[in-house]
Design a protein around this ligand. Structure first.
Ligand SMILES: O=C[C@H](O)COP(=O)(O)O
Length: 314
């Protein structure tokens, strides 16, 4: 993160970024989405995708029992096959963090908490920071904050920048061995409307210290799309070229099939490059993708399609 001269400097920087070629981005994403991969590579891709899943439940009706069941599923996605890798993280609301921390103890799986008045981002700053601190103190290893889209769309970039900086500071709690929680910054790209805004939000968040940039909350349509993710992957690639710092990317919302997951992996490889093809730098935020990955994995291994009833619900 860096010290900014002023709101004027930030606005000039963001508006000085090259505009996104909308047609070009959409065509490139569509072209990459048609790329086929060999069966052996598909098996590897499915396992890689499983390791990248932030297995998510973000419902008003979430209960400790549901969160514990999700944690069990994340640790051992297919009880019938111990070779299936575990997921990257379990993503929950802040009040469910203690339950997830306890259930995942010793597993190495991260506990991601949404924060800063998720999903709208509409609350006084102090409430947003308290939200974040509570999650970190309860043991969250990752914080998925939402930006203030209203401020962004009104052109108040400095406000958004300062919120990200303050949230990053709140992530540096006493928990997590003193290293602090990793900060993912959610743009809600469906509300930012243009690819130019997505590029601006990406650079704004990265300059403010984001560890990850994330497309969506899953509560607004459109959520994650391939072209939006392409724009974000270009941003993290260019940011590393300029600063030497790597930032991760997390598309989230509406990703439900193995086919979709593999399209994202191809996009990562071809846009940011293979350095990003690890759970450290790329995640798939999803509430109901894991079962399809498990079904396709089993089908590849046995030739038999097990059907959704075979696996526990996710
Ligand atoms: O961060 C993850 C999203 O909330 C998940 O959205 P989804 O339920 O559409 O998979």
């Amino acid at each position: 993160m860096e010290t900014l001269a002023s709101a004027t400097e930030l606005r000039a920087f963001l508006h000085g970024l090259p505009g996104v070629d909308q047609v070009g981005a959409e065509e490139r994403a569509a072209r990459l989405a048609t790329r086929s991969i060999k069966t052996s590579a598909k098996a590897q891709a499915i396992d890689l995708a499983i390791t990248m899943v932030d297995l998510t439940t973000l419902e008003g009706a979430d209960t400790p029992g549901k969160v514990r069941a999700l944690c069990a599923k994340g640790m051992r996605p297919d009880p019938g096959d111990p070779d299936v890798p575990q997921v990257a993280a379990i993503c929950v609301y802040p009040d469910m963090v203690p339950t997830a921390v306890e259930a995942l103890q010793g597993s190495g799986i991260g506990v991601a908490s949404v924060a800063t008045a998720f999903p709208s981002g509409r609350a006084p700053m102090e409430a947003k920071l308290a939200d974040t601190r509570a999650a970190v103190e309860a043991g969250a290893t990752e914080i998925d904050m939402v930006i203030d889209r209203g401020a962004f769309l009104a052109g108040d970039y400095l406000k958004v920048y300062e919120e990200i900086v303050a949230t990053k500071e709140a992530c540096a709690g006493a928990a997590n061995d003193g290293h602090g929680a990793h900060l993912k910054v959610i743009f809600e790209t469906g509300e930012l409307v243009t690819y130019d805004n997505v590029r601006r939000a990406s650079w704004l968040a990265m300059r403010a210290g984001a560890d990850f940039i994330k497309t969506s909350t899953g509560k607004v349509s459109p959520a994650a799309t391939l072209p939006v993710t392409l724009v974000m992957l270009e941003a993290v690639r260019d940011f590393r070229d300029q600063t030497g710092r790597m930032v991760g990317v997390k598309p989230a919302g509406g990703i439900r099939t193995t086919k979709d997951a593999i399209k994202y992996l191809v996009l990562v490889n071809e846009t940011a490059g293979p350095d990003w093809l690890t759970p450290e730098w790329f995640r798939l935020g999803a509430s109901s993708l894991l079962n399809d990955l498990l079904m396709q994995r089993r089908k590849l291994a046995t030739g038999v399609y097990s059907g959704p009833d075979y696996f526990t619900l996710d």
